[in-house]
Design a binder for this molecule. Structure first.
Ligand code: HEM
Length: 410
């Protein structure tokens, strides 16, 4: 079905005056802070299941409704899930399961690299690892009346957790965030990404060597013990999987913790409700992950031949944007979707994807968020948000507030 201007006109009527013109939005470049992203996605959804848009300046398609997006996630023929990662990650990260085209190899390497992220293994780490890390970061803030919860907490906590699970020392903590961002930005800045990969590998090499001799209870040791087709993984295979898990585990959780804290602090009654009843933390985290997901728009590359999806013709090698944030606020699936409602059923949200690539880190991500919020509420029960504009989540592919400047009132 070709693109219809009649449908577009209807969609524009659905948008209000403050909505950016949906046809002019580029999801790679526009910041779309706060509700402007969601108004744009509502307008695009009203145009049909698959609508034209722009990404990186290139004419592309976007899927904003929940049911077609679910179909697209599991349709590996029209939307082969490895293609985007081959183009955008592999140059810096190396070959890891995320970019492997062969389904069986993907499955085998994914199973080898992710046992530490399964729910039971993660629960074991909460008491030993997660809570002490959150407490330690908040210890550093004692005595300060004002600080930035993104820079001082949300951006540090996930890296300290993932390095602990991987079994990496913390002595290069100042470089962790920079390396992760550079690795994930390979397409925009391949030179910086290659430099980050080199520095991270130099940091990893002696650790991998040591764990081969003396394994411990961590992911790197597990990878040194693993076997594929009767042989041990090579050093390079181990490096590339660590170069994958380190930024994917760090940056998404940084974004989701920033978004969740932004929502809770901007809805004053939400923060005080959680303070008064900590059993609400878990449902509040699930709702925050639906309401403002850090991967608001996930780029996919379509098959290398023309396809047709939900009646729309898609040329070969097109960018097709999986608008998870649009699916999570689809009124056909969630009542009053723009309302942050603790306790609603969020099981249809697509925050962690679906199908063969569904997120292996979802249990860790949820535990990270619950623990970080629970300990912050215990230690700093009364916080005032100082700059609501900076606190608005922004950008689409990795969505997060730039800052959460707060003042302690307790
Ligand atoms: C709130 C935090 C997180 C969100 C919203 C998130 C979201 C997602 C999504 C949507 C996918 C599917 C990608 C696709 O279909 O192409 C995915 C895959 C993935 N995630 Fe997460 N994730 C989060 C946390 C984590 C953590 C903590 C880790 C590390 C342990 C992780 C590692 C991965 C990996 C390695 C994949 C690729 C899976 C594969 O290729 O089979 N994620 N994630």
């Amino acid at each position: 079905m070709p693109y219809s201007f009649a449908r577009y006109a209807g969609a524009m009527a659905a948008a209000d005056a403050t909505t950016p013109d949906p046809s002019a939005v580029d999801f790679a470049f526009d910041e779309l802070p706060g509700e402007s992203l969601h108004r744009t996605l509502h307008a695009l959804r009203a145009m049909g299941p698959v609508t034209p848009t722009r990404f990186l300046g290139i004419p592309s398609f976007v899927i904003c409704a929940r049911e077609p997006l679910f179909d697209a996630f599991i349709d590996t023929e029209r939307f082969p899930p490895h293609r985007m990662y081959q183009a955008s990650f592999e140059g810096a990260i190396g070959e890891s399961f995320i970019s492997m085209p062969e389904p069986e190899r993907h499955r085998v390497y994914r199973r080898l690299a992710t046992p530490a992220f399964r729910s039971r293994a993660v629960d074991r780490h909460v008491a030993e690892g997660l809570a002490p890390i959150a407490n330690e970061l908040l210890d550093e803030l004692e005595g300060r009346e004002r600080f930035d919860l993104v820079e001082d907490y949300a951006a540090r906590f996930p890296y300290l957790v993932i390095t602990r699970l991987l079994g990496l020392p913390r002595d290069r903590e100042e470089a962790f965030h920079r390396w992760a961002l550079a690795l994930l930005s390979f397409r925009d800045d391949p030179i910086e990404a290659a430099k980050a990969a080199e520095e991270l590998t130099a940091f990893l090499a002696p650790i991998v060597h040591e764990r081969r001799q003396q394994p411990r209870d961590d992911v790197i040791s597990a990878l040194t013990q693993a076997e594929v087709e009767g042989r041990a993984l090579t050093d390079e295979e181990i490096y590339s999987h660590v170069r994958l898990l380190f930024p994917t585990g760090g940056e998404t959780t940084h974004g989701s913790l920033g978004n969740a804290l932004s929502i809770l602090l901007r809805h004053e009654d939400a923060w005080s409700r959680l303070r008064d009843d900590p059993t609400l933390i878990e449902p509040a985290v699930d709702e925050a992950l639906r309401f403002e997901t850090p991967i608001a728009v996930l780029p996919r590359m379509s098959a290398s031949h023309p396809t047709c999806f939900h009646g729309v013709d898609i040329p070969a090698d097109s960018w097709v944007l999986f608008a998870i944030a649009g699916a999570n606020r689809d009124p056909a699936c969630f009542d009053d979707p723009d309302c942050f409602e603790i306790g609603r059923n969020t099981s249809n949200a697509l925050t962690f994807g679906r199908g063969v690539k569904s997120c292996p880190g979802m249990h860790l991500a949820r535990r990270n968020l619950c623990t970080a919020i629970e300990i912050l509420l215990e230690r700093m029960p009364r916080l005032e948000l100082l700059d609501p504009e900076a606190a608005e989540p922004r950008r689409s592919v990795l969505r997060c507030p730039d800052a959460l400047h707060v003042r302690r009132l307790d």
